[in-house]
Design a protein around this ligand. Structure first.
Ligand code: PLP
Length: 362
């Protein structure tokens, strides 16, 4: 027996990693969105204070975490008030992306819709259940068999943002089909324009009715906590309670010290604002360097990446950058329509980033 999952795509970058690593000044790895700046003191202090944890933690989260999650959504994502029955923590958001179709009872004969250019785990979560996968951003093409429809805004890898008009249309269509509409918003705080990135749960989208809707958020990127595995889900009370019940049975529990750290972090906006400015500076530097080297940057109005193209096959661009000691990810990892783009992450230290302009102009 086997699940017949595809190879892990990042392994195919290894030969280019070797070339880039042989650069005399070393590798600049912009191929993954893994934070490199320190976890904030608000998290590390709370984690240390909660290190005594002899008892099993609550799958739903401590009462303090439940209200911190609900308050965060209301304060930062304009959802209106949420009750503690409308939020649940997860062990990072990747497991929730991968397991959500399973937790919701999706099975063979159902369809899971994913974005046209998408984080690979949406499709993996569907394959695990035996469901079919359709990649489409256009609500008019979403099949009647759809059980779960994934949105991702700001999008990985493109940095594209779904506006309120699009989200309202997505809600209307998903409800007509009877599908659960889920928006993965783990880059939501990293919008580079003036306007905030709207949530699927924004009151302007829901008019206060969250039926059939879920939104995912993660503390990995905004708070440099990828190693803590700390994320949260909000939305339709019935769906959240179904998910909670399944997670209780399966033992999918956020560890108690991490729950304490999440509670502290969700109540503190200052550290996230500081981190956002670090990323803004790196983004400005990369944008100028890549445009100067003849790249076109598409979308990228939010999130942790530049979606860049030299109008050639992505692997050619990967090879060109590897010769300059820079590693990025090919757009083809995210679907066939990404085949002429590369994804450039803002997650290298300022020292490494400072070398990018000279390497690209050499
Ligand atoms: C779109 C998207 N969703 C989910 C995740 C998972 O994040 P985490 O598991 O760290 O919360 C990532 C990570 O890069 C991502 O890009």
């Amino acid at each position: 027996m086997s699940l017949s999952l595809p190879d892990f795509p990042w392994d195919s970058l290894d030969p280019y990693r070797q070339v880039a690593s042989s650069h005399p000044d070393g590798l600049i790895d912009l191929s993954v969105g893994s934070p490199v700046d320190p976890s904030p003191a608000v998290a590390t202090d709370a984690l240390a204070s909660a290190s005594q944890a002899p008892s099993y933690p609550l799958t739903a989260g401590t009462p303090e975490l439940q209200s911190a999650m609900a308050n965060w959504w209301q304060r930062r994502r304009n959802t209106g008030p949420l009750s503690s029955l409308e939020v649940v923590p997860s062990i990072g958001s990747k497991e929730m992306v991968g397991l959500l179709p399973t937790l919701l009872g999706v099975r063979a004969g159902h369809t899971v819709v994913i974005p046209e250019v998408a984080y690979p785990t949406y499709a993996i979560g569907a394959v695990v259940t035996g469901a079919d996968v359709v990649a489409s951003d256009d609500p008019s093409t979403w099949p009647d068999t759809s059980a779960v429809i994934w949105l991702n805004s700001p999008g990985n890898p493109t940095g594209r943002v779904n506006d309120v008009g699009y989200l309202r249309e997505a809600v209307r269509t998903a409800r007509a089909i009877g599908a659960t509409l889920v928006s993965d918003e783990c880059y939501a705080e990293l919008g580079w324009g003036e306007a905030p990135v709207p949530s699927l749960l924004d009151s302007a989208v829901t008019d206060g009715d969250r039926t059939g809707l879920l939104s995912l958020y993660s503390l990995s990127k905004q708070s440099n906590l990828a190693g803590y595995r700390a994320a949260l889900v909000a939305g339709d009370e019935k769906l959240i309670q179904d998910i909670l019940l399944a997670r209780k049975h399966l033992g999918l529990i956020v560890p108690a010290p991490i729950q304490a750290a999440m509670t502290a972090v969700l109540g503190d906006d200052a550290h996230a604002a500081l981190q956002k400015e670090r990323y803004r500076a790196r983004r400005d530097l990369l944008m100028a360097a890549f445009v100067g080297a003849g790249f076109q940057i598409d979308h990228s109005e939010a999130g942790l990446y530049l979606w860049a193209t030299k109008h050639e096959d992505a692997w050619q661009t990967i090879a060109w950058l590897a010769e300059r000691g820079i590693l990025v990810a090919p757009g083809s990892f995210y679907g066939p329509s990404g085949s002429h783009h590369v994804r450039v992450a803002f997650t290298a230290s300022d020292d490494r980033m400072a070398q990018v302009p000279a390497r690209l102009s050499a």
